[in-house]
Design a protein around this ligand. Structure first.
Ligand SMILES: C[S@@+](CC[C@H](N)C(=O)[O-])C[C@H]1O[C@@H](n2cnc3c(N)ncnc32)[C@H](O)[C@@H]1O
Length: 210
């Protein structure tokens, strides 16, 4: 989607994707991310997962287009972030969490120095299909050998306009060809728009090693 799409969603508070609590798959499978290190969370919004990872001893680097989202995360956790320009980003940081405000595609190696793992919930599925290969190539270039968790959603894409964009298991395997990919969990997904249509969606959680 165009940046203005997401900035508008945050301005207007249309953030149905925000779970407001740590993600179930992250809680169940965080061990795959390894011992306390530094976890990259692309397209992070203001997810509680940032705080959850920090509370378990990880340094956390989120990347988020909407400054409103980054500021909301710190405000909602009673933190006043330091603000520093960092390459293509504005870096907001406090409490073991740094949020790089800007476009994920501007990430450079210097932005992810020390990163040991990544966590993708509602990032791949938020990107337009045409952007996916570039996004995966970027992660693979920046974080070779790193473990990651990926949470995707599958539903009948003819039923409603994305996002989220449905991403199937074969899509994941094709995108991450040459990478160790294991589907480790799955379950029903909560999506209010689909529920209104009487339809359902399915989530899958993958453990990856880039
Ligand atoms: C579906 S939301 C998911 C947020 C978060 N991962 C969560 O689980 O709540 C996708 C987020 O990605 C952000 N976003 C979209 N395109 C982006 C880009 N190119 N670079 C950085 N952030 C982006 C949006 O502003 C939005 O907050």
């Amino acid at each position: 989607m165009e940046p203005e799409f997401w900035l508008g969603r945050w301005r207007e508070g249309r953030i149905g994707f925000h779970e407001g609590r740590p993600n179930t798959y992250l809680e169940r499978h965080a061990a795959h991310l390894g011992p306390p290190g530094c976890v990259l969370v692309p397209l992070c919004g203001k997810t509680e997962d940032l705080a959850w990872l920090a509370a378990r001893g990880h340094e956390v680097i989120g990347v988020e287009l909407a400054e409103d989202a980054g500021r909301a995360f710190f405000a909602e956790h009673g933190l006043v972030p330091t603000e520093t320009p960092a390459g293509a980003f504005l870096r907001l940081a406090a409490g073991g969490v740094a949020i790089l405000v800007g476009d994920v595609f501007a990430l450079a190696a210097s932005d992810v120095t020390g990163v040991t793992a990544f966590y993708d919930r509602a990032a791949l599925i938020a990107l337009m299909p045409a952007q996916r290969a570039r996004y995966v190539a970027l992660l693979r270039k920046l974080l070779p050998g790193s473990p990651g968790l990926l949470v995707t959603i599958e539903y009948d894409g003819t039923l409603m306009a994305p996002p989220p964009h449905p991403v199937t298991e074969p899509d994941v395997r094709k995108l991450y060809q040459g990478v160790r990919v294991a589907e480790i969990d799955d379950g029903p997904a909560v999506n209010a728009r689909l529920a209104e249509l009487g339809a359902s969606a399915h989530e899958r959680c993958f453990a990856l090693t880039l």
